[in-house]
Design a protein around this ligand. Structure first.
Ligand SMILES: [Zn+2]
Length: 302
């Protein structure tokens, strides 16, 4: 590895980032991340309550890691949770460049803590479904839907891998919200057995995972994503392959907003121009509002 790459990696490791690696001669693949700033941005953009910060943050981190496991650079992954709880639903889209965006149907839900003294994400989402949509330009999108297991997100993502892909998978995602509602810690991991794995690896992994209390505990103890995987995959010869960035990113802009306006039709647009007021286009994913001036609306019709 050249020094230039090492410096770039070292810089990446200072902020939100993911690490990807393998263990047990390639029979295990693993990814972990720290994403405090990413979840903080979602919290700030959508003014989420602590409960919704946790729910949305966990799903966003799941999306980031699943996106990063793809091989195709222009593939997108969308995770949709629909539930009968007060949050109603979550939508997250991630690419394989470490960019994610997402929103909750009801961002300001407050519930009492659960019996473990944790934010009650399971009750916030209730009973429902998780839909995973994989989208590559020019190819029919592929989607699969599973019932929510607990609504706590980590379990639900693990069930998706187990039921849709028949891959034994352990998923941990956690968000620790501070007393001022800002995000104190956020991180996660996915550990998967690859086809042809030796059965004894299941026991080894279960033994190693048994003393992992939670991702946020590990982060609070100062562990990095590399530290988390080194710990979970101890005695299994963990090899790190790649360090990647992670960030909240929404690609919306005025031009895309204009295209959304065009969908309203010419008559509606002429009406808005006649009123002489700017049109507002709200982006669900990042909470931004794009203002289009009457003259910009006229340009659309030109
Ligand atoms: Zn946006």
């Amino acid at each position: 590895m050249s020094d230039v790459i090492s410096f770039a990696d070292a810089k990446l490791r200072q902020g939100d980032h993911m690490v990807r690696g393998t263990a047990a001669d390639g029979m295990i693949r693993a990814i972990a991340l720290t994403a405090r700033q990413t979840v903080q941005t979602a919290h700030a953009n959508h003014n989420t309550s602590p409960l919704v910060s946790a729910a949305l943050g966990r799903l966003m981190m799941g999306g980031l890691m699943m996106g990063a496991l793809f091989k195709s650079p222009d593939e997108l992954i969308t995770l949709e949770v629909r539930g009968d709880g007060p949050i109603g639903g979550l939508t997250v889209t991630a690419n394989n460049q470490g960019q994610v965006k997402g929103f909750a149907n009801h961002p300001n839900v407050w519930l009492p803590l659960n019996e473990k003294g944790k934010l009650d994400v399971g009750s916030g989402l209730g009973q429902g479904t998780l839909t995973v949509i994989r989208d590559t330009p020019g190819v029919m999108p592929y989607s699969s839907q599973t019932e929510l297991v607990s609504g706590e997100i980590g379990d639900d993502l693990a069930a998706h891998f187990q039921l849709s892909d028949q891959i034994p998978t352990s998923v941990g995602v956690g968000v620790l919200v501070d007393t001022d509602t800002s995000i104190r810690q956020a991180g996660g991991f996915i550990v998967q057995l690859m086809p042809g794995y030796e059965p004894f690896l299941i026991d080894e992994l279960e033994r190693n995972l048994a003393d992992v209390t939670s991702v946020t505990d590990m982060l609070e103890r100062g562990m990095s994503p590399t530290g988390i995987l080194t710990h979970i995959l101890r005695d299994l010869d963990y090899q790190e392959l790649e360090v990647m960035p992670a960030e909240f990113h929404c690609g919306c802009n005025t031009e895309r907003a204009s295209r959304a306006m065009l969908a309203l039709g010419e008559e509606e647009l002429r009406d808005m121009i006649a009123k002489g007021e700017p049109a507002e286009v709200h982006c669900h994913f990042c909470g931004r509002t794009h203002l289009l001036q009457p003259e910009e609306l006229e340009d659309l019709l030109a």
